[in-house]
Design a protein. Structure first.
Length: 151
């Protein structure tokens, strides 16, 4: 059985599908990729399908499943190199590839993942307090009164 190579480039795993995939090869790719995400701690997956001339419903579902598995393992998936005929086929099959970002080529896919990673890191940064010990996150907000109400 053929295996699809999974290459690590920095914080990204690159999968370059060079042949039309048999169902068993696609299932093996799902397992291999999940194991590599966990082993490397990578936060991005790029699947290059430039070499695919056709995509059937199984491969389309497999791409969606890989994206879902990757998301659960804290990695975002970008599919790159989709040919117009492949895009048309996926739409005609009713496969919208929810949860999968796409880019025209590997370079743009890497840029997309880098931008997404910066957004996540910015969200994770703690809010720094102002010199007076106050945060400006709630500027203009009024704190609720702590006096007992007269009932």
């Amino acid at each position: 059985m053929d295996r699809v190579p999974v290459l690590k480039i920095g914080d990204i795993l690159l999968v370059s599908i060079q042949v039309d995939m048999a169902d068993q090869t696609a299932l093996q790719l799902q397992d291999d990729l999940a194991e590599r995400i966990v082993a490397t701690g990578c936060h991005g997956v790029i699947i290059d399908i430039t070499a695919l001339d056709i995509v059937d419903s199984f491969v389309g579902r497999m791409l969606s499943t890989i994206a879902s598995i990757s998301a659960v393992l804290d990695a975002e998936t970008v599919v790159v190199g989709m040919r117009p005929a492949v895009a048309i086929t996926l739409v005609e099959l009713g496969l919208s590839l929810n949860g999968i970002r796409t880019a025209l080529n590997v370079e743009r896919g890497m840029e997309l993942l880098a931008a997404a990673r910066r957004e996540v890191e910015d969200e994770d940064e703690p809010v720094e307090a102002e010199p007076d010990g106050q945060s400006d996150d709630f500027e203009g907000a009024v704190a609720p009164s702590r006096t007992a109400s007269s009932s």
